[in-house]
Design a binder for this molecule. Structure first.
Ligand code: 5AD
Ligand code: SF4
Length: 473
């Protein structure tokens, strides 16, 4: 049987990467194989992101390039899936009328069937979930289905690392953010299903699981009278044989509860790495963003983290140039970044999203060049902190889960047994070192001799390490 050729392009967050993995796995079952060459593909899927305009522009530009190919080979099936599909069906058809299917993140299970229909000539298949005002909460929730069938190791970042969705949607409604609209109401998956999935992943050789949710630490599942929170779930997952590391992203500052911090402190498999976006260091801006906390609340949370898990690495996200952000507001963000000393920060220029409260009510008045300058300034401050903190590791040995050849090694096309490898510490620090290809997938000890803001450089100290051997994170 000749296999059909599937090309898939994914932009956006880890949730999208996981969705793509799931869709590829389900299509492989239907006789597809993956190709990296769009011109030989008979099905092309774009898994899209709507968080910023830039991500949408990228997708429209990729779709634009296919116009000619579709004219020449009308049998090619082109699909748009993910957040843009949920949000902008009409616009997508206006800008790329040759798209055959539009599938929101809550309807991904329908993709094989929709492709078949499109191929049979029934063009313009649309499957999306209900909007946030289009029914009762339970109807809307039901229309946003999680899609987590069998797992396909070949689509994962590495065979021994996997994402595991524990929560879909978001109910926080930060005024700038499109996610509550595209991914629907917050829903926690059942702990039983999550633990079973973790066991399957472990059986497939997976050592590190990253639990995913938009506000992962708000996770709650109620079954009968029994409430399961993230801390309970981590305790259960800790018992799954074969799993060595458990991470979880993204955290919401207000829900960083003490029980969770204690599990991070006490359970060796749980990474003392906490990604907790602050977004701004100004109370005025936080209020306008409707983030639901103040600078003082965030500071209290940081103090609790430092008191409970002193070695924890904390990282953050920031939006610069949000509606009406003054120079003084921005200076407060700089000051708080210096105070909190994040391991790293992801910094974004505010991008107005139609349909959000901010877009409806507050003008996007900060000029682009001011956003750009603030972005550069904040990044420079963060980079200096990251570099200083990384220097603390000089001369120390860290435990590293080896992920594969480093970027430089891939670029050079190194194909021998000895090559430059990359991996991460339990605290998510990137480490680069020379080593044998056989070490990929192992946890080893690496002695650090140099450090930059993003990377530790080291030499292999031991070939096998367990959490009991190396306590330095
Ligand atoms: N503009 C810029 N950045 C945004 N983010 C979310 N919405 C927007 C927006 N409209 C950022 C936030 C969030 C990260 C995933 O993306 O910092 O934490
Ligand atoms: Fe968006 Fe706020 Fe929800 Fe994060 S918490 S996904 S920023 S609405």
């Amino acid at each position: 049987m000749t296999l059909r050729q599937l090309y898939i392009e994914t932009v956006g967050c880890q949730m999208n990467m996981l969705d793509s993995e799931m869709v590829v796995a389900s299509l492989k079952k239907c006789g597809y194989e993956l190709t990296t060459n769009p011109s030989v593909a008979d099905t092309l899927l774009f898994n899209t992101c709507s968080v910023r305009q830039h991500a949408e522009d990228k997708t429209y530009s990729a779709l634009g390039k296919l116009k000619r190919a579709k004219q020449e080979q009308p049998d090619k099936v082109i699909g748009v899936m993910g957040c843009m599909a949920q949000k902008d069906q009409r616009l997508i058809y206006e800008r790329a009328p040759y798209v055959d299917l539009i599938v929101g993140p809550g309807q991904l299970h329908q993709i094989p069937e929709l492709i078949d229909k499109a191929r049979r000539g029934d063009r313009r298949q649309v499957a999306v979930s209900l909007g946030r005002r289009d029914g009762t909460v339970s109807h809307i929730k039901r229309s946003h289905e999680t899609f987590d069938p069998l797992r396909d190791p070949s689509m994962r970042p590495t065979p021994f690392q996997a994402y595991l969705r524990i929560q879909i949607g978001c109910d926080k409604f930060c005024t700038y953010c499109v996610v509550p609209m595209t991914r629907g109401p917050e829903q926690g998956r059942s702990p039983k299903i999550i633990v079973d999935e973790a066991k399957t992943l472990a059986d497939q050789g997976c050592k590190e699981i990253t639990l995913l949710g938009q506000t992962v630490n708000s996770y709650r599942h109620v079954d009968g009278g029994k409430v399961t929170r993230l801390s309970d779930l981590l305790l259960e997952l800790h018992e799954v044989p074969g799993i060595e590391r458990l991470k979880f992203v993204t955290n919401y500052p207000k829900d960083m509860t003490q029980d969770l911090l204690e599990v991070v402190r006490d359970m060796p498999k749980v990474s003392p790495y906490l990604h907790v976006p602050l977004q701004s260091g100004s109370n005025t801006v936080l209020e306008r963003m409707k983030r639901g906390y103040t600078v003082e609340d965030y500071r209290d949370m940081m103090e609790r983290i430092r008191a409970t898990v002193p070695d924890a690495a904390v990282s953050s996200d920031f939006i610069v140039g949000f509606c009406g952000e003054t120079e003084e507001d921005f200076e407060q963000t700089i000051a708080l970044v210096k105070e909190c000393r994040f391991k790293n920060s992801f910094i974004f220029k505010y991008s107005e999203r139609p349909g959000t409260k901010a877009a409806d009510r507050i003008p996007d008045a900060v000029p682009y060049d001011v956003k750009q300058r603030r972005n550069n300034e904040l990044l420079a401050v963060q980079n200096q902190i990251s570099e200083e903190d990384n220097h603390e590791f000089l001369g120390r040995t860290v435990d590293v889960l080896v992920e594969g050849p480093s970027k430089a090694s891939i670029k050079k096309g190194e194909d021998g047994m000895l090559l430059q490898l990359t991996g991460r510490t339990q605290c998510d620090r990137i480490v680069v070192f020379e080593g044998n290809r056989r070490l990929i997938g192992e946890t080893i000890g690496v002695g650090v001799y140099d450090a930059s803001s993003h990377t530790l450089f080291g030499t292999v100290v031991t070939q096998h390490a367990g959490p009991e051997l190396f306590t330095v994170q």
